[in-house]
Write a protein that binds this ligand. Structure first.
Ligand code: VG1
Ligand code: CO
Length: 544
């Protein structure tokens, strides 16, 4: 087997976004495209020789060929050992678990998360560091810098590796170890949650749940956990076989894209509990019977009930949430007397806080929740956390959420997405709004008065690094907020995200329709940002 050194020229567009490098499949299939980026990762390992890596993906189209390329390049770059998920499958949180448990030097996750898959869909490459978390900005910047000057990559000329049979084999002088995709992750979950109690709930005959894996990566994990280990009846997991095109769907667990599940939970004779997860298994949606839990509320409720769960029985050190996430968790942190951190969008910003023991639970409004058990958000972990709470409290999801609102007040919350906007128009909207920011303070709009308006910047409390331009915030004197930012995960044009939040302490007023409760703020956002004009759309593509 010979190591081949291939001459190449740089691509200018390999800057990782919110979560790795994400492009269409045809873009990744261009000659040298994947190879250039992977070599840039290996070059920044500096040196790659002797290192160990974890490797897997969400099973989408191009997962298997990409794994072969990445393995052959790893061998050519002197990497000592790669732990690969069987069939190329590893969810994002499971990869984080494997990196931490076996102390590898990092890992590569092949996924475009919630973006659709298939030959014309999206593909992605995420690099995680030795703590198990998404590479922080200084690492992704180094990879990007390398990708702009790369002139060669190394690859081993060798037949494809068998990634379907468990066990070790050699690729040149590198060891390839095919590992069970589920076992390590399942063991970690067992160490955190009261499986006996959850099993009692799921086998009591009085409680029914439904888990929608959306034809994506959590299928094998959910089958093993809920049906085999926790005794839920066969059929509890729907869409539980990972498909290369996710069955043609959009593997994003929200009220729009997880419609199969929504119909069941909002239909007649609905089960007590429903959940869904995304392409790579790091997101979750939680539903009760005829009831939707917003991700921001979910974070707050997990925090408020954490001591009911064995893995968190001694309490939590702190909570971290992304800036656009509602302030519901802040109220819980205040009551618990623990710190609350506000970070930019993207899980990579939680890593330092988790490593330093400053935060135990983290969450994002985009259906992401997690804790210090790994360094990624974790969809099935959130589902198990909810089940553990339900098993202990013996109340319905709706009762638990409404009691929470009574105690802490309700943060009405919604996000409006405008997808596929012309990039230059989206940028014009943002530029114009940025120029208005200094003029807004003190101005009144309807019943709201602006208290502050800025472009969010974050100084990491651990390493002092500063991240600017992380989203425009317009805050009002009563604590309400409008936030606008452009997505860093889309692959076509621009996606504008507009986030709305208002606080309602009065239990009598906590049962309004969310869009109605936020109606005035929604109108103010249009007034200020001229969204219709710049997007050319008269309503959002997706409302969550
Ligand atoms: C989106 C979400 C963000 C999340 C990111 C990755 O980013 O808003 O909260 O961390 O996706 O999630 P953006 O830049 O498009 O708003 V996933 O499930 O791709 O790993
Ligand atoms: Co994801």
């Amino acid at each position: 087997m010979t190591i081949r050194t291939v001459s190449t020229t740089p691509f200018s567009d390999q800057k990782p976004g919110t979560s790795g490098l994400r492009k269409s499949v045809p873009a990744f299939q261009k000659p040298h495209y994947l190879e250039n980026f992977v070599q840039s990762i290996y070059d920044t390992l500096n040196p790659a020789a002797g290192k160990t890596l974890a490797l897997g993906g969400d099973g989408r189209y191009y997962n298997r060929p990409a794994i072969q390329i990445i393995l052959k390049m790893a061998a050519a770059n002197g990497i000592a050992r790669v732990k690969v998920g069987q069939h190329g499958i590893l969810s994002t949180p499971a990869t984080s678990c494997v990196i931490r448990k076996y102390q590898t030097d990092g890992g590569i996750i092949l996924s475009a998360s919630h973006n659709p898959g298939g030959p014309e869909g999206d593909f992605g490459v995420k690099f995680n560091t030795a703590n198990g978390g998404p590479a922080p900005e200084k690492v992704t910047e180094a990879i990007f810098a390398r990708s702009k000057e790369i002139d060669q990559y190394k690859i081993l000329d060798a037949p494809d590796v068998d990634i379907d049979t468990l066990g070790e084999s050699k690729l040149g002088s590198m060891t390839v170890e095919v590992i069970d995709s589920v076992a390590d992750y399942q063991a970690l979950m067992k160490s955190l949650f009261d499986f006996d109690r959850i099993r009692e709930l799921l086998t009591s005959g009085k409680f029914r749940m439904c888990m929608d894996s959306m034809h994506a990566v959590t299928g094998p994990y959910a089958h093993a956990l809920f049906e085999k280990c926790l005794g839920a009846p066969a059929g509890t997991v729907m869409n539980g076989t990972p498909l290369e095109d996710f069955g043609g769907g959009h593997p994003d667990p929200n009220l729009v894209y997880a419609h199969d599940l929504v119909e069941i939970l909002f239909g007649s004779n609905a089960p007590d509990f429903g959940a869904a997860s995304d392409g790579d298994g790091d997101r979750n949606m939680i539903l009760g019977r005829h009831f939707f839990v917003t991700p921001s509320d979910s974070l707050a409720i997990l925090a408020a009930n954490a001591t009911l769960v064995p893995g968190y029985k001694d309490g939590i050190a702190g909570i971290a949430r992304s800036m656009p996430t509602s302030q519901a968790a802040d109220r819980v942190a205040e009551k618990l007397g623990v710190a609350c951190y506000e970070t930019p969008t993207g899980w990579k910003f939680f890593g330092n806080l988790l490593d330093a023991g400053k935060a135990t639970l983290c969450g994002e409004e985009s259906f992401g929740t997690g804790s210090n058990h790994v360094r990624e958000k974790d969809g099935l972990w959130a589902v198990l956390f909810w089940l553990n709470i339900l098993a202990v409290r013996q109340q319905s999801v709706q009762e638990i959420v409404q009691e929470h609102w009574q105690t802490y007040g309700r943060n009405y919350y919604s996000r409006h997405d405008y997808e596929g906007v012309a990039s230059d128009r989206a940028q014009e909207l943002v530029d114009r709004l940025q120029s208005l920011l200094p003029t807004l303070k003190g101005k009144s709009y309807g019943s709201y008065q602006v208290e502050y308006s800025d472009d969010f910047a974050y100084e990491d409390p651990i390493d002092g690094s500063i991240s600017r331009n992380q989203g425009i915030r317009i805050g009002f004197t009563d604590g309400s907020r409008i936030v606008l930012r452009l997505s860093g995960t889309g692959t076509q044009g621009a996606t504008l995200r507009v986030y709305f939040e208002s606080f309602e302490p009065d239990p009598q007023k906590q049962h309004q329709d969310t869009q109605q409760a936020l109606g005035e703020l929604i109108a103010i956002a249009e007034d200020l940002a001229h969204i219709r004009h710049y997007t050319g759309m008269d309503k959002p593509t997706v409302i969550t």
